[in-house]
Structure formats: C-alpha cells, structure tokens
Design a protein around this ligand. Sequence first.
Ligand code: ATP
Ligand code: MG
Length: 442
Amino acid sequence: MRLSHYFLPILKENPREAEIVSHRLMLRAGMIRQQGAGSFSWLPLGKRVLDKVNRIIREEQDRAGGQEIIMPTIQSADLWIESGRYNDYGREMLRIRDRQDRAMLYGPTNEEMVTDIFRGYVKSYKDLPLNLYHIQWKFRDEVRPRFGVMRSREFLMKDAYSFDLDYEGAKAAYNRMFVAYLRTFARMGLQAIPMRAETGPIGGNLSHEFIILASTGESEVFCHRRFLDLPVPGADIDFSDDAAIAGVVDTWTEPYAATDDMHDEAAWNALAEADRLSARGIEVGHIFHFGTKYSEPMGAAVQGPDGKEHFVSMGSYGIGPTRLVAAIIEASHDEAGIVWPAAIAPFDVALVNMKVGDAACDRVCADLYDRLRAAGLDVLYDDTDQRAGGKFATADLIGLPFQVIVGPRGVAAGEVELKDRATGARESLSPEAAVARLGARP
Ligand code: ATP
Ligand code: MG
C-alpha cells in the first residue's frame, strides 16, 4: 500500500478525551474514530489489526472443534422471555420496537438464540459434542463507557457455545476452549492469565477470566509468578485427547490466581513473598460453564444412549476482539508509539523514502516495494512528500515491526537502513540483503 493513497488520518496533537495510552495511540494513529458515546468506527489501519486478531481467534476456535456461524444482532424479546432473562438483564440491554410494535433488542450476548438454533435441529446424543461460535457486534448500554474501545457500548465479541450430553462432556468442552484461549492470546504476543471467576448460582469451578496484566486495567488481580513461565501448548496439541487437554488445564489452574472478587487472603498469604504478583489486569476473555440454565427453560434436549431425554449441558466462551486490540497496545508501546507484535501488525514493513523525487531513491524504493511484496510481506510504502522527521514519527507511531529507510546517501553507497521497531536496532545493508532478511522471517 502506498501511503500517498492510504486513508491514515494521523493526529499530531494528543486528543484530550483519551485517558489511557491505548485510546490515545489508537486515535493518533488513525485507527478509530469516535462516533458517539462508546461507539467507534474502525478506519483502515485499525481494521487491518482487527482482522488479524479475528483470524487468530478463528483459527484457534476451529482447531479446538468450534464451527463458525453468524447470528443477527437484532433479536426478538420472545426468546429472552422464554429463558427468563428479559426482565433480569436490566438497563445494559438496548430494547427496541419494530413497526409492528414487537419487542426486539440489540443482542448483548447470544445464549438464547443459539439454544433456539440447537433445539430446532439436534435431537440425539450422537450429534454431540457441538460447539458453535460467531464473531458479531454486541451492544451493552454500559453505565460508564470509557477508555475508547476498551469499554465501549457497541463492541465486537467472539462468543462460542458448547452443547454436551452431560457434565463430563461439558467439562471436556470447557477444557478445549481453555486451551484454545491459551494459544489464542499467546499467538498475539500476550501473556494472559486464567483466573478463577464467579460462578454465581451455577456453582462449581468452571469459570475463568483471562487477564492481561497492565497498569491501566480495571481489575485488581493476584497471582503466582510461576504463570509468567508456564508453557503454552503448540499447534500440534491433540484436541481429541481429553486427558491431555485436561492435563494442560490442570497445569494452568494449579498456581494461585484470582481477581479482586474471588481473592482469598489466606491462600495468598501462604505464598512466599517473592512468588506473589499483585497487579492490575484487563479481562480479554471469559469462559463459563452453566449446565442446563438455558436448555431447561427453553426445552433443548437430546435423546441419550439410555433412550431418555436429557437437557443438554452448555457453556459459553467470550473474547472481545475490539478490547483486545486496545489491550495489546497497553501491553506493547513506548514513548514513540505502538509496537505491534508481528502476528497482528497491520503491515509487516514500513518502507520509508526519505527523498521522494530523487531518481535513485525512487528507483530503489519501487524495486524494494515489489520485491518485499513478492516475498509475501505486507508493505506500507511512505511515498509522500512529508519531510523525513515526520515520516519517522509516523512510522514509529503506527508501530510496524520493521522499517526500511531509503535515503540518498545510503543509496549512493548501495545501502538501505533496516530498523527493528521493538528494539530500535538499526543496521545498514544492501537492498537485496534487506529483502532476504525480512522475507526469511516466519
Ligand atoms: P466486564 O466485566 O469487563 O464488563 P463482562 O464480564 O461483562 O466484562 P463478558 O460478558 O464475559 O464480559 O464478555 C466477553 C468478553 O467481551 C469480555 O471478556 C471482554 O473481552 C469483552 N467485552 C465485554 N464488555 C465489553 C465492552 N463494554 N467493551 C469492549 N469489550 C467488552
Ligand atoms: Mg460487563
């Protein structure tokens, strides 16, 4: 992509409304635009990151046995009346009337609708386990939308729903999602720690929030330092092996970890001082087993091997892709701007032409642009007539992993400069060597 043709509305000034660094940087880098309270448009640069985040989420949901669907945002109130949640949900739910004066709502979540799909088709235990997910906009009329896309009113959610014959099956399904989440966040360069969460009237211990440590997090969290070194399973992990998957979950639930509301002072104080990590955290995902909470009132049952009808045992599994983008920035930035982890960077390389109009610089850049792309890289080519200082500031601000800087002096010597955004390391090398180096990266 040529920057001269790209819609990248960079802000020079720090926007006054932005209280936290991710919000500030997302606005300054032209990733998002606020449209109203808790409502944002995603501009081209932001949309690219969001797509990469969604792609990783999809790949890991699919690997763990999920099947993607897409359900509407607008739902009929009838389903929610059936489950008993229509009145309980409260003012976070946006209630709407259509022209026939039917009660509708903008979905804050989809348990009811997916249970309705399930009961319409699935009648036998032989069709289980089943896990259906979608990535869809949600609306929650939050009391205090703030911090940009971190807590907005309209936001994207990946929500998966599992259906099993009994608790044992549901627990295995829960464990698969648990492991999928470990992989999902690790692939985004994040260290997410699963923490026991409230199960309310459902009881049991199958509820975990996945938390990223960051000073601007809304929750106070407590965990064992060991989490920082626990291994995340590789792509070859076998999701059909319930025992192996349960083993991973055991490893990741054994050390102490709790958010504020689940914190157990006695257990915490029993840890050695040096092992205690108390910090602030951002919730990026939440998995929850709720048994027959919806299947029973909504009549979602299958015939079991015993010939009897069984209400299916369910769980739901949420990730907030839009919040995640902000959380990743909170975890990875410096004074100059964003530092994208390679897997979700909007482009792989910024190609900076320091002297547009100089025949030699233009020629080397045009050639590099073609060859880097031929090597499979996404390149943002700064071919604008801005001065060099402004170009460097933009490249640092938008945080692409590498910059290839082409100036007249280097070109005369047959060299370009390669800058690693994360470390700041710079190196002069031939254009060919730069292509070879960047193209060889995984
Ligand atoms: P919170 O406690 O932060 O309000 P929640 O418990 O209401 O979150 P869930 O219902 O579990 O969240 O939703 C699943 C995921 O959706 C969350 O882990 C989070 O990543 C995302 N999410 C929830 N509310 C918002 C919001 N207002 N803005 C952006 N993302 C959100
Ligand atoms: Mg909430």
